[in-house]
Design a protein. Sequence first.
Length: 455
Amino acid sequence: MPLISQRVRSLIHRADTLPLELNDWMSQTAKGAALEKNRSQLTALDIFMSQLRKRLQQDVQFLESIFANDKTPPNDVLVQAEALDRHTVDAHLVWGFFRSKLDQRFVPLFGRHLLAMDLVAHDCYRTVLDRAEDLGLMRQPGLRDYPLTFFQDEFASPVTWQRGTKIDRLDHRRLPIPIVGIPWNHQRIPWEFLSLHHEVAHDLDADLGDVSSELKENLGKRLQQRKVPAKRTEAWQTWTSEIFADFLGILLAGPPFASFLANFLTCSKVRVVEWNADEPHPPSFVRILLNGHLVKSLRYGKAAEVYVNRLIREWKSLYDPPPTGLAHFLADFDHVIASILDSRLNCLKDESGKKHSIRSLVTVSATDFAAQRGLSKLLLDGSPLPSQGTLRHVAGAAFLAMEQINGTNAASTDEISESVIGHIFAIAPPGQLAIRTKASTDHLKFLANAYYDAP
């Protein structure tokens, strides 16, 4: 049966191609190598893919055993060969999905900015998880791999796919690590990195135990107790996930996040006041005023209050008066902020059983905004930048600089951009960013088996 023999040999060779490439990619995460800072994600992918490879080898051995048995009907061999073929294709499908995103880092024009985005995303992610660890919170497995960033043209806005999300490109199978896609037209514009804070917040939502689902329930109860009409309460609950991401974005990035988002959403009035009951984001008119109200309630100091008050005045001058239906939402702001930030959550329970709030995960102070303002002035003047700083605050400083740039400034837009990227590299943590626990390893193997066994 030469046809069957050749078919079996061909499939066995194809199933063996995956290990060689994975080893080559892992070598790129060595100290000083191109993907040193991506070791966390590559290690996670290696664990995931190694489990797929193990399953493939088991199927290869089974195929070899039944093929070697003269009593096996030829069709039984072919059925097993088809199964091995499908699993091999599926394994390369998921690896190809990530390979295309890692490949971008080897294009010099893109690589530096992707590395800078990775570093900012890592700082946002680790800021929250480090604090969660300090508080002794009990987390789900697989939470250590910070989101992998990449450039994408599928969506006009930044977007994230959380860990475990089922996606079309993988035939609705689950992702082993979170990813954040940034539009290609955002490259070389580091003040746009502020979108990372919002997207990483969505990933933290999932990794901390589906925070927004619990917040949604708590918010509904709070608003009902205060006699807020049912339709308005339901709307706030629909928007909970996006409000959470905005709020955590502000806690991580500082007051400039509110202005950045306003800049992104400054559109015609009909779009800004539009209200679609199925839209997960609040209407832009409400969203910006809510975020401004939050900034004013935080401890960012007098300068931040002046800054955000100016934003609120300008926003209202463009879009006041809103439709009556939207105006009623403004009365709920204090309740929404208290519910989102101060609810003590079951998913944020420490080992003693004490519940914690979102506000407890990030510390803010007036010195944060003062440092951002100081850095923005140095960027505008073209002055040397400090050798220390907070990575998650740098994009906010860049945005502050861009708000003030004019013909009298010493630095151009391109010069500010290069200075910001250079500063991110200068203050980045040294070495690899890999952290692995047995729980996360087991979780990745579980996801790999689920991927392999999917119909």
